[in-house]
Design a protein around this ligand. Structure first.
Ligand SMILES: [Zn+2]
Length: 530
């Protein structure tokens, strides 16, 4: 019996080896065809007549060329009175390209792609090749690279070190501080919690991005007496308490765990404090009009022309995804990113010396982490809407708008989809196992369960509705949360000194360029080293 199995396995091995030996390597022509397969033309593909002509493309290039020449002839060398930094969290170049398809065709432009100057920023952290939103916030807001997970401190502070960040010499200054010191107003808007990593870069200094409330600091074995949590820094810190506009989510970080908020959700603090009350009292003590709102209704009822300080916390945690906000009819309860941006500009535009505003679309990143590509692209579309609104409400002559991202994600556009094919479908060609695969897919993440199953092997998506907004796109490697990507992200600029933003540079250069355009902080004209 033993001999039988031995012979059988030998035969099997011989069979496998023989089979692979017998296969001739593909010819050059076969290889070419595999690399660039000829696909049967799409049912719904119809060429736009004008695109068939050489003249159409030359005319298009002529108009872009004329535009570029006019920009170069008259560089916008004005001083930026106002600066708005728009941050699409996790908005990789792939995300922007896929959003064009989400808008209906590859030839569409996502609004900010129209900006005249584009650059690339290198996003690595001091200790990690692929960074997070904390270390990158330090870079694009204060011009210094730090360690992964830390905010507003230089790289002398290791992540979650209980003491290092209590030494204020490690603290970096954000462009919001430079703006405030120059007499400008500053504010922040986000669809994430206002204490989350990106917005915290505007006003906080911490060794750990998760220290949004006192309870988490204690849970990590550090002292909430020595380390001030991020919510407290927003209300009490020198930059935080002077922010004219704070709009986003995250009420729970401001209230005690024994207290319910306006919507009945418990707070997360353990020090018994109500930081929202403290914020209001501090403004009253200063004789200023500070308004706190927690709903879209509250926001729309305010007279923003008379509001000196505005705090809007519209959710206990993050604001909903933009698409979900509409699908769940939350648009009557919570403001969109565009609504918040508009309100912020109404308050800040009253500043005679100008302003710095930070606007984050915080949930593009979270949708990618969940491999929910559809929601990531819906949020990117709304991000573009908010930018268009801001450009319309301001003047290119005195307001610099910069649009960028903190880091990339692992989503890519795969297969050979037809020109106007729905980006959420599967590719027109099948894989070598004769099974379909999604056009958008991730290198890793929870979407692995749409890719592979131990019993069945590769899953057949032929009858799965991949267009469903809750469909998790395919991923090669199983991970409960998809990771960030390590490649460069784009920087788009429009307004004074827009031309400085072209090229490839460290992410930490961004605040230097913005501050120089506004002539503030350590990069003002008179501070420059030759
Ligand atoms: Zn992330």
């Amino acid at each position: 019996m033993k001999t039988f199995y031995c012979c059988l396995s030998l035969l099997l091995i011989y069979g496998i080896c023989h089979d692979s030996l017998a296969k001739e390597p593909p010819t050059e022509e076969e290889l070419e065809l595999k690399q660039h397969p000829r696909l049967v033309s799409s049912r719904d593909f119809a060429a736009l007549d004008e695109e068939l002509e050489t003249r159409f493309w030359h005319d298009k290039a002529q108009s872009i060329l004329a535009d570029k020449l006019s920009h170069h002839k008259a560089l916008n060398e004005n001083r930026a009175k106002n600066i708005i930094l728009f941050l699409g969290d996790g908005m990789s170049v792939h995300t922007i390209a896929a959003t064009r398809a989400h808008l209906g065709d590859s030839n569409k432009q996502v609004y900010f792609e129209k900006f005249p100057y584009v650059g690339l920023s290198k996003t690595y952290a001091i200790d990690e090749r692929t960074p997070d939103s904390a270390s990158t916030a330090t870079a694009y807001l204060s011009g210094v690279k730090g360690n992964y997970g830390t905010i507003g401190v230089n790289a002398e502070v290791p992540r979650r070190d209980c003491l290092a960040a209590t030494n204020t010499s490690t603290h970096t200054q954000s462009i919001a501080q430079w703006a405030q010191e120059a007499g400008k107003w500053a504010g922040l808007v986000t669809t994430a919690r206002v204490t989350h990593a990106s917005p915290a870069g505007v006003y906080a200094h911490t060794a750990e991005r998760d220290w949004e409330d006192d309870q988490t600091i204690e849970k990590h074995g550090c002292s909430a007496e020595l380390n001030t949590d991020i919510a407290r820094q927003l209300v009490e810190g020198s930059v935080g308490k002077d922010l004219r506009v704070i709009l986003g989510g995250g009420r729970a970080k401001f209230r005690d765990q024994t207290k319910h908020d306006e919507e009945g959700i418990l707070g997360e603090r353990s020090d018994g404090r109500d930081l929202i009350e403290d914020w209001k009292n501090e403004k009253t003590e200063r004789g200023q009009r500070g308004e706190y709102v927690w709903s879209l209704k509250g926001l729309s009822q305010l007279d923003l022309s008379k509001t000196d300080y505005l705090l809007g916390l519209f959710d206990a945690s993050h604001c909903p995804y933009h698409g979900d906000r509409q699908r769940s009819h939350l648009e009557y309860a919570e403001p969109s990113l565009s609504d918040m941006t508009e309100a912020a500009l109404k308050v800040l535009s009253r500043s005679e010396e100008g302003y710095f505003l930070f606007v984050e679309s915080g949930r593009i990143d979270m949708a990618h982490h969940a491999t929910l590509a559809h929601k990531a692209l819906e949020d990117t579309q709304e991000f573009a809407n908010a930018i268009e609104l801001a450009r319309d409400l301001t003047n290119e002559e005195d307001t610099l708008i910069v649009v960028t991202s903190d880091h990339s994600h692992t989503m890519s556009i795969n297969g050979y989809p037809y020109r106007r094919q729905n980006i959420y479908e599967t590719a027109p060609n099948l894989a070598d196992d004769e099974l379909p695969f999604t056009i958008l897919s991730y290198a890793n993440g929870p979407g692995f369960k749409q890719t592979y199953n131990e019993q069945i092997g590769r899953l057949d998506l032929s009858h799965v509705n991949t267009e469903n907004v809750d469909f998790e796109f395919q991923a090669t490697v199983p991970l409960s949360s998809e990771t960030h990507g390590g490649e460069d992200v784009a920087v788009f600029a429009s307004g004074p000194k827009e031309h400085l933003f072209s090229g490839n540079y460290e992410q930490s250069t961004i605040p230097a360029l913005m501050a120089h355009a506004a002539n503030i902080g350590p990069f003002a004209e008179d501070k420059l080293k030759n």
